[in-house]
Design a protein around this ligand. Structure first.
Ligand SMILES: *Cc1c(COP(=O)(O)O)cnc(C)c1O
Length: 351
């Protein structure tokens, strides 16, 4: 702390990301990165961009990328917003759409960045409990609110809410924005983008970090009614005109152009997930049904924090959360077949 700080800085509770270890040999199953590299087309497109044009600013409006995403999802370019990772997209959405002096609603077990953004932008929130099966109870959200946000599938549970339930939620709160954070939707969910033209209060956020193997490139986007997108653009253009650099723009466009690779890697992750779930169940784990590239599991005889520490001794890192309701669980990202096998071997030693 220092006298030079603006007063609010002292009150911030920043987000703590999962560890990015410096040791290369660890089996890293803690931050839901894709175990497969990005499409070779993406790497080639970025390499082609490594030239003298780097002296020039990138396109501030990212028109080509917006067009690519708009075509991919069957919407208008004016319905697409892009940002430096979906975290930045979410931050702008909190700032632009959730400051109404009424509480923002989200689940009690969810992405821990949401309360952080509330702290940053002075937004009041209510965390509504998931049911015993860790599912969102849609009826609970039909109350006074200044907005609603949740990931679908939810994080860190992996549980999916069907589109029909999202529609009920949109109808029950027509006067506030419902933001569906679809960071993991490509691993078994159905996108709510199909609903944006019927619900002007729906905003859908996605990222290239997980299903497109580009966590290191920092690209995310949102799709919704053009009035919502305009609000995001106004905030973005009051903050940073060039959030996406030339390399990110080139790589992101190329990623959408290689559909075959995208499908192949998503399917490989889904296949490995189903295999791993079955194996963990034979080891005695309770595993929540997952539609994501991670699973949320607990062992009835072993403390969650202890088990995470024991796995670390074996060179396998998974994510453990101290939050009361979920502190017996481990969130395990789906790795390659070899990585998943290393996890199972370590568990057999440590259980
Ligand atoms: C990973 C993740 C994000 C952020 O993704 P980036 O695009 O890498 O910033 C957003 N929401 C949820 C729920 C996530 O798990």
């Amino acid at each position: 702390m220092s006298k030079f700080w603006s007063p609010f800085v002292k009150e911030l509770v920043p987000y703590v990301p999962g560890e990015q270890p410096k040791l290369a040999k660890l089996v890293k199953l803690n931050t839901n990165e894709n175990p497969y590299g990005p499409s070779p087309e993406v790497v080639a497109a970025i390499q082609a961009e490594l030239n003298d044009t780097l002296r020039l600013y990138p396109d501030p409006n990212a028109d080509r990328l917006k067009q690519t995403i708009a075509e991919y999802h069957g919407v208008k370019t004016s319905q697409v917003f892009v940002g430096n990772g979906s975290d930045e997209v979410l931050a702008h959405a909190f700032h632009a759409l959730f400051q109404h002096g009424k509480p923002l609603l989200f689940p009690d077990v969810t992405y821990s960045f949401y309360p952080v953004y509330c702290g940053l932008y002075g937004i009041e929130f209510e965390a509504l409990p998931l049911d015993e099966q860790f599912q969102i109870r849609v009826e609970d959200y039909a109350r006074r609110n200044g907005g609603i946000i949740f990931p679908n599938p939810n994080a860190p549970t992996g549980c999916l809410l069907p589109l029909e339930a999202i529609e009920r939620l949109l109808q029950a709160s027509p006067d506030s924005v419902v933001l569906v954070d679809e960071a993991y939707v490509d691993f078994g969910g159905e996108t709510a983008i199909s609903l944006v033209n019927r619900y002007p209060n729906l905003l859908v956020a996605q990222t290239l970090s997980k299903s497109r193997s580009l966590a290191g490139l920092r690209v995310g986007f949102a799709v919704g009614h053009e009035d919502l997108i305009e609000a995001l653009e106004r905030v973005k253009n009051s903050f940073n005109s060039y959030p996406l650099d030339r390399l990110a723009l080139a790589g992101a466009v190329a990623s959408f152009e290689d559909q075959a690779y995208f499908e192949q890697t998503c399917n490989a992750v889904i296949h490995s997930r189903e295999k791993l779930v079955a194996e963990l169940k034979t080891l005695g784990f309770d595993v929540l049904p997952s539609a994501a590239n991670f699973i949320f599991a607990r062992h009835p005889q072993r403390d969650g924090a202890e088990l995470a520490a024991a796995l670390r001794e074996e060179g396998v890192i998974v994510r453990h959360f101290k939050q009361q309701r979920i502190n017996q669980f481990l969130r395990i990202s789906i790795g390659t077949e070899e990585q998943n096998q290393a996890l199972l071997d370590a568990l057999r030693l440590k259980l």
